[in-house]
Design a protein around this ligand. Sequence first.
Ligand SMILES: *Cc1c(COP(=O)(O)O)cnc(C)c1O
Length: 378
Amino acid sequence: MIKPFAEPIYVTRPFLPAFDKFCDGLKEIWETRWLTNKGTILQRYTKKLADYLGSENICLFANGTLALQIGLQGMEISGEVITTPFTFVATTHALYWNKIRPIFVDIEPEYYTLDPEKVEAAVTPKTAAILAVHIYGHPCRLNELAAIAQKHNIKLIYDAAHAFGVKVGGTPVSRFGDLSMFSFHATKLYHSIEGGMLSFRDGGYRETFDYLKNFGFKNEVEVVMPGTNAKMNEFQALMGEMVLTSIDEIIAKYEILYKRYVAALKDVPGIKLVPGFPENTQYNFAYMPVEIDAYEFGMDRDSLYEELKKYNVFTRRYFYPLLTDLACYRSIAVEDPLTVARKVSSSILALPIYEELTIEEVDRIAEMIRALPKNRHS
Ligand SMILES: *Cc1c(COP(=O)(O)O)cnc(C)c1O
């Protein structure tokens, strides 16, 4: 019998810089008494991020959700936006807050990103943009989506909340499309406690985004637009700056754990893993999703999720329920049957992966998964 873990293992655990180092950094805040509003740490951090991403066209926010809301508003997106139902609720909420109608279409079954064929079929004269998600950090079908956006003269926006550190053809994913939103929430691979970033192609948007995140203030007496308050503060910036210095090591550790899971689970009947990534993709290994075929595996996804809890392993059903099934969006008419999204949402489980997780713990979790089903059919 496999013994349960003595302490709970959660799906993720935030990376933290050394305590002493962070305290040293805090001294700067205590000396200047500058806690928020474009302080020196935020400015320095913004430059470091721009260097890391190879683009000056970025803007930092209090969190990713407000960043996306402001991005959509600043680009004056209205009408209909084609998007995915297989994502975290904030993707669609950001549309709702801008009074934009979401048009949900299906995902592809390999990497779970928007299916370009379904997107193309859903374009109407009312379509203002595509809002695609690099779900689990898996890059979307970048070229195909870009071709559709160009053909119909609509904007291409990415929710890249999961995709920090991902590159395609050597280029950070932040530089694809018209706009990308990143979340630096504590549960993400890269974080600034809470935080968000917009990365945009057209530098002309910078001023608008800066206004919108600070009440629309141009100076002490001029307010040029009805903005909101979505500024990143100095404490967040300090955390973001410190975690950024470790990002390569963090990703390297995730890669080791991810590959260990793959090796341990690839032959388990009824467990479907994400296929390997194309040569030109540098993945960030941010999530460890597995699909459970209830019949072949001998246990359904929800039972596995519950059983693992008894062993002190807390996986997450990312992303279930499908957004279209939530009380707040159920009344929206959806034409696409969302066949793939429905199947994936009811069979997928995200396994624990974080910087401090050990190879031994991965092996033990994989061992539990192998041992749990009692009605295997193969
Ligand atoms: C986390 C997340 C967000 C929201 O980001 P916050 O920084 O928590 O506001 C948006 N979209 C997706 C896909 C996410 O996972």
